[in-house]
Design a protein around this ligand. Structure first.
Ligand SMILES: Cc1cc2nc3c(=O)[nH]c(=O)nc-3n(C[C@H](O)[C@H](O)[C@H](O)COP(=O)(O)OP(=O)(O)OC[C@H]3O[C@@H](n4cnc5c(N)ncnc54)[C@H](O)[C@@H]3O)c2cc1C
Length: 505
């Protein structure tokens, strides 16, 4: 089975796609699911959960039979922590991670964050990737998503009504949409024929977590000494004697083979003159610095999200965050399309909003990679930027970029808050984000005289003159971005239509 390129867009949603007859084609498999997601990494699991909030029938197909055991600590940045709070997940997730200061991540320049960052969750949460993946999968399952492991997607065909998905064992399944959350080597993206332009990997780095046999002072002294040279290595403590170790892979081990402890020892001895007695590795891996972005996020009924749509070096720790945020942007829009209330262009705003965000992340990782170079020119720029980061505004700008709280979608002319996400603020019922768990829109109304009228089946209304806002009212999308600001009912109705379609009555 080959992927079929279609130019036809899905049918008008004047009629809910969920109507039982829509999408059924004589002679073709029955539609068992609304959405099939390829890949149960963090992006796929988050998307499945978001769709389930709207009662969309979701199947996640994961090629691996067991969840990953590869213990890489990833950092959840402020915006992702906010999303977790918006869905009531943060308390559970925080228990499994370690809170760290929000600053010091841009090109690993160790500047503390300035005071007053615009978030109620102004920290970084370090958490093992398998743990966050498990928690997100459990969340999706608890909401009713189905996950089938040991099922690799190997092909699909799409038509005007749905997608027929083929698995490695030859089985076929049919759904209305297929979403490729299948990682950097995405089968879905390749079969779709979507270009993935960018730069190939130039350098490889070995990364692992292991114990060391020397005191921390000795490591710090050696790192300071080596920093004066053209060489680089990193040993960062992760608690209980365990260190995260990064060394260039050049010159050791075959690129196609998993790295060994001896590879790490050899590189440390070459660069630092000692291997610090590293032993007992928890895990070891290798990564490159390839940077690529899918040309399109959508072809008809097939869409891409997460690493399937973009890859970049891990510097700054943004990849998982970016994927989870893609899922958050796409989930409610795709659900609206399936449930029949999406305005005609809503689903296409996914690419319009998220593609530029990924472009920006790719660019900032390119810049950070240059700043890590040991070339004299790059080192001079790094010293200059380090000085500039003493200005709080510069430091804040870079932190807002890396943590994604600075994102402003283009919703047209309007106040600066329009298109940005609203931070978690105090409202009379507690915290704003506590009102967003169900993934619905929200009108936060300080005037107490507006109404969501015929949209009340998809938009909640909180009249609260005491809300900690300096504008009269905001309309929030289910992803927490500000879709409208004002105090006029007619204007509000126009914007409710723009984002939430026709009123129910
Ligand atoms: C060294 C390193 C450190 C990093 N640190 C951070 C960090 O601190 N913060 C951060 O945000 N990000 C970090 N990242 C990036 C992060 O790990 C990825 O961006 C993230 O895993 C992407 O999630 P995903 O769900 O899109 O893709 P993946 O995690 O790759 O998941 C894709 C899933 O799809 C499955 N799959 C593949 N093909 C198929 C198929 N044909 N059918 C069905 N299933 C399929 C795979 O088995 C996998 O489970 C780091 C990456 C590296 C290499």
């Amino acid at each position: 089975m080959h992927s079929q390129q279609v130019t036809a867009e899905p049918p008008s949603n004047a009629r809910a796609e969920r109507d039982s007859t829509v999408g059924e084609v004589p002679g073709v498999l029955p539609l068992t699911f609304d959405v099939i997601i390829a890949g149960c990494g963090p992006t796929g699991a988050m998307l499945a959960a978001e769709l389930r909030l709207h009662d969309v029938r979701v199947l996640v197909l994961e090629k691996e039979t067991e969840p990953t055991s590869f213990v890489r600590i990833v950092g959840l940045h402020m915006r992702s922590l906010e999303l977790m709070a918006m869905r009531g997940l943060l308390d559970r997730i925080v228990q499994h991670g370690r809170q760290r200061p929000a600053g010091g991540f841009f090109a690993a320049i160790p500047k503390p964050a300035p005071k007053g960052l615009d978030s109620a969750y102004a920290y970084l949460l370090g958490i093992p990737q398998p743990v966050i993946e498990r928690l997100l999968e459990e969340h999706a399952l608890a909401l009713g998503a189905q996950v089938r492991r040991g099922c690799a997607v190997t092909g699909f065909e799409q038509d005007d009504h749905g997608v027929t998905v083929e698995l490695a064992d030859g089985q076929q399944l049919r759904s209305r949409y297929l979403i490729g959350c299948d990682g950097a080597r995405s089968t879905v993206r390749k079969l779709l024929g979507v270009g993935f332009p960018g730069e190939p990997s130039r350098t490889q780095t070995l990364m692992g977590e292991m114990e060391v046999g020397v005191p921390q002072e000795e490591i710090i002294a050696k790192m300071t000494e080596v920093r004066e040279t053209q060489q680089r290595f990193w040993l960062r403590p992760f608690g209980e004697g365990v260190y995260s170790v990064l060394v260039p892979a050049a010159g050791v081990s075959d690129r196609t083979e998993p790295p060994t402890l001896e590879d790490f020892r050899q590189q440390l001895r070459t660069i630092a003159g000692t291997d610090f007695g590293v032993h007992s590795p928890r895990w070891m891996s290798r990564f490159g610095d390839a940077t690529r972005l899918a040309e399109r996020y959508r072809v008809g009924r097939v869409l891409l999200a997460g690493d399937a749509a973009h890859i970049h070096p891990p510097i700054g720790g943004q990849g998982l965050n970016l994927g989870v945020q893609d899922a958050f942007n796409l989930g409610w829009k795709l659900a609206a399309q399936i449930r029949g209330w999406a305005p005609d262009t809503l689903l296409d705003t996914y690419q319009a909003e998220r593609h530029p965000v990924a472009e920006d992340v790719l660019d900032n990782t390119r810049a950070q990679t240059e700043l890590l170079s040991t070339e004299p020119g790059a080192q001079a720029v790094r010293r200059l930027l380090t000085e500039l980061m003493d200005f709080d505004e510069v430091n804040r700008h870079l932190i807002e970029k890396i943590t994604a709280i600075g994102i402003r979608y283009d919703f047209g002319e309007g106040p600066d808050l329009l298109g940005r996400r609203l931070r978690d603020i105090d409202v009379k019922q507690g915290h704003l984000y506590g009102l967003l768990h169900r993934g619905r829109g929200l009108l936060l109304d300080r005037t107490e005289r507006l109404t969501v009228g015929g949209w009340s089946d998809r938009v909640d209304h909180l009249a609260d003159p005491t809300a900690d806002l300096d504008v009269p009212c905001v309309l929030l999308r289910p992803d927490g971005h500000v879709a409208w600001i004002g105090d006029d009912q007619h204007d509000l109705d126009t914007h409710l239509s723009r984002w939430f379609g026709k009123p129910a009555n």
